[in-house]
Design a binder for this molecule. Structure first.
Ligand code: ADP
Ligand code: MG
Length: 347
């Protein structure tokens, strides 16, 4: 059935082409439909209400957290809630200062300008953005040589929303220009279960509570993955089980697709095996783990570790990462020095 490439993709939090088309339909449009992230939602709701009341632009917002947790969704929800237009671009797309000045000069008062992957802006584009965010103007150099002059072009006051999976790569001056810096956390199983049920309803698919929960449990704490798994289980249910997703149907379908019981992907597995087998359960530094599996330390810290910690497989100690008892059990690794006792946060 699912080959290795497929298997990796099913639990990858990165959006593939298929996701991008299908996600639009499942995306919540209002803050009230956005499940979980209670504190973040409250902070945002207050800021939005206050900005609306004053008729001013909302402060710039920086959203960070692992992929697939709802950053793009939130950015478009904010525009909806403010009742303003939404213009979207991304760090890798904005190659030239001219691209940025072109977009910014067309931006309207109070509107939302969303910059995805803001950590990937080129330095001169980033610098131009600084003045735009800070004083709402652009400095444009006209002419060359001794005759060159800087022109200051005023902009409308707008709201920039930046998104990044790599907080550590956002420069301090950039970060400092955002009035609201908000972190998205991984979702717990009850929250993901609610998302599955909502999506199943939108997809017109009958689902039992425990069937929804089984899909939620294998989704790496990530709404994008939960929706993807739901679509695959729904295919299976329609072809083999009269369209209704029960616990048994969800289990059989996900096993067939080789989705790990905790949704671990290949890199999660590599990280855990490295700590458990190569380093006797730790403590081992994140740089050492990174070098040994050929990933960047920041990617491990910001994208992979949060889930392994939430699952209760990995523990962060001042001396390095340590595998837990639960990890020894799950990966069936004989204990050499023993793991630390730790209550999982998720189950
Ligand atoms: N809190 C949430 N409630 C319901 N669906 C969500 C939530 N967060 C994300 N999703 C869904 O997950 C998918 C990925 O979200 P997205 O905003 O693209 O993530 P990110 O930009 O952080 O990578 C979208 O289809 C969206 O509908
Ligand atoms: Mg996104």
């Amino acid at each position: 059935m699912a080959g290795n490439a497929d298997k990796g993709r099913l639990v990858s939090a990165l959006a593939g082409d298929e996701d991008q088309q299908l996600e639009a339909g499942l995306r919540p449009r209002r803050l009230a439909d956005f499940t979980g992230q209670a504190r973040l939602k409250e902070v945002l709701q207050i800021a939005i209400d206050a900005a609306r009341k004053r008729g001013e632009a909302l402060d710039h917002v920086l959203l960070y957290g692992p992929p697939g947790l709802g950053k793009t969704t939130l950015a478009s929800i904010i525009a909806q809630e403010l009742d303003v237009p939404f213009t979207q671009t991304s760090g890798p797309v904005l190659q030239k200062k001219l691209d940025l000045s072109g977009i910014l000069s067309g931006i309207m008062h109070r509107q939302v300008f969303f910059i995805d992957e803001i950590h990937r802006l080129l330095p001169d584009v980033e610098e131009m953005l600084y003045t735009a965010l800070e004083d709402f103007h652009l400095d444009i150099l006209i002419g060359t040589g001794p005759g060159a002059r800087t022109h200051s072009i005023p902009l409308q006051t707008f709201t920039a929303i930046g998104a990044t999976t790599r907080q550590g790569l956002v420069s301090a001056p950039m970060r400092g220009r955002f009035g609201l810096v908000l972190r998205l956390n991984l979702y717990d199983v009850p929250e993901l279960t609610r998302i599955v049920k909502r999506s199943a309803k939108l997809l017109d698919t009958p689902i039992d509570d425990d069937g929804a929960e089984e899909i939620a449990r294998r989704a790496r704490g990530t709404p994008r993955i939960v929706n993807r798994l739901l679509r695959r289980v729904r295919d299976y249910a329609q072809v083999r089980a009269h369209g209704h997703i029960t616990m048994a149907v969800a289990e059989t379908a996900l096993d067939l697709l080789e989705v790990d019981r905790f949704g671990l992907d290949e890199i999660d597995q590599k990280i855990m095996r490295t700590v458990l087998e190569k380093f006797g359960g730790g403590p081992v530094g994140v740089n050492t783990i990174a070098a040994s599996i050929g990933e960047e330390p920041e990617t491990i810290e910001e994208v992979y570790e949060p889930y392994l910690i939430q699952l209760g497989f990995l523990h962060r100690s001042p001396r390095g990462r340590i595998a837990t008892e639960r990890a020894y059990d799950y990966f069936k690794v004989p204990r050499r020095f023993g793991g630390v006792e730790r209550q999982p946060e998720l189950f």
